[in-house]
Design a protein around this ligand. Sequence first.
Ligand SMILES: NC(=O)c1ccc[n+]([C@@H]2O[C@H](COP(=O)([O-])OP(=O)(O)OC[C@H]3O[C@@H](n4cnc5c(N)ncnc54)[C@H](O)[C@@H]3O)[C@@H](O)[C@H]2O)c1
Ligand SMILES: O=P(O)(O)OC[C@@H](O)[C@@H](O)[C@H](O)[C@H](O)CO
Length: 403
Amino acid sequence: MKLNRSELARSAVAVPKPPVRIVHLGLGAFHRAHQVWFTQHAADGSEWGIAAFSMRSATAADALAPQDGLFTLVQRGARDSVELLWPIVEVGDASAESGAVRMVELIAAPSTAVVTLTITEAGYAADSAAIRLLRAGLVARVAAGGGPITVVPCDNLSGNGEVLAALVGVEGEVSFVSTSVDRITPRTTPADQESVRRTTGWTDMAPVVTEPFASWILQGDFPAGRPRWESAGAVFVQDITPWEQRKLWLLNGAHTYLANAGLARGHVTVAEAIADAELRAGVDAFWAEAAAHLPVEVGAAAYAEQLIERFANARIEHRLSQIAADSTAKLRVRVLPVLRAERVAGRSGAASMAFIDAWIQAMQAGIRSADAEDDQIDAALMSGESGTALLTLLDPKLVEEPR
Ligand SMILES: NC(=O)c1ccc[n+]([C@@H]2O[C@H](COP(=O)([O-])OP(=O)(O)OC[C@H]3O[C@@H](n4cnc5c(N)ncnc54)[C@H](O)[C@@H]3O)[C@@H](O)[C@H]2O)c1
Ligand SMILES: O=P(O)(O)OC[C@@H](O)[C@@H](O)[C@H](O)[C@H](O)CO
């Protein structure tokens, strides 16, 4: 793609500018590497524009607005492949009142068919700003007879569609779709920005670097239509549960372990941690436990084999300190279900327990990343029996069971 000047702008490049039919909450790196990429690559992508809103600060919106929503996606495998993505046609900052008003107005607009979200796991709380604004938009839409709409959460959470439907609590023509999303996308660094400038000749204040792999599995209805994401590789299933478990347990469970155990062993990135034979053995043992509770049709062994290659991609600088954030809540959904299933099957779940022990040891050694449960972790560490107190924090039932 050629630009006729060095700043990104729609006037400098011939790309589609579709009308807004999708509203997105959470203008982070992952949305741009995943849902924006799937929309651009859908056969009818040029008919679907996205209005994307940052939720907590103006930073992402301020970087993208002068670029008319355009940004560079770098797919980083053995070599880089660089692409200009154009589906974001409007950006806003919903942490400011004017942005929040515009977002609510767009959710209520009859021309909007889909709302997507990447608001992090912590955003799924009844009093979070994202949930309140989504609710306000849907209530306004129902009241004005705006017609059916579909809401698609794209965060790493079991049953994300059902969880969101319960939190939002809006009755009417609103369909909540559950999804399993997968594409390792680390935070962009200044070096990434500089490498995009060198490769393309244009200055991009908001590029995104991601891995070549991308997967999107969805379950649910789109009564107002949607882009033909399946033509870009998305898969629609009747029952998402085993697919979601495969991804959350095998990928995210292993990530949380590699973060806690890897930081304790002096590693900085996922690629370094998975190259450590001891950590790799821990991951393999956990995957064997998890695979025993997944149906054969999800292909756990092949997915795990692919994961080793993805984790080992040293050109993707995925920092363990970023992944270790909120480990307490993450262990509950990524590791505890496997431990429970192992114990119901009459086994000890030793590999799952080793993942939990790695977190306990990291907390005891003071290797901490931000955690929404920091106050409770502090209290557990102050108690005489900090190991038992941390186990209780994770799940009170764990301390009643023999190890
Ligand atoms: N990065 C990945 O590899 C990846 C892969 C799969 C799924 N995801 C999901 O996407 C989420 C975002 O990842 P990212 O890489 O874009 O992160 P990011 O830090 O680039 O962006 C996070 C976005 O979430 C918003 N946000 C943060 N906390 C929030 C809250 N409490 N309420 C509402 N909005 C909030 C921020 O404003 C920002 O727009 C992850 O938490 C995860 O659930 C990420
Ligand atoms: O994004 P989080 O914080 O839920 O988890 C960190 C990583 O495990 C995660 O972002 C993965 O990279 C992603 O889920 C891969 O698809």
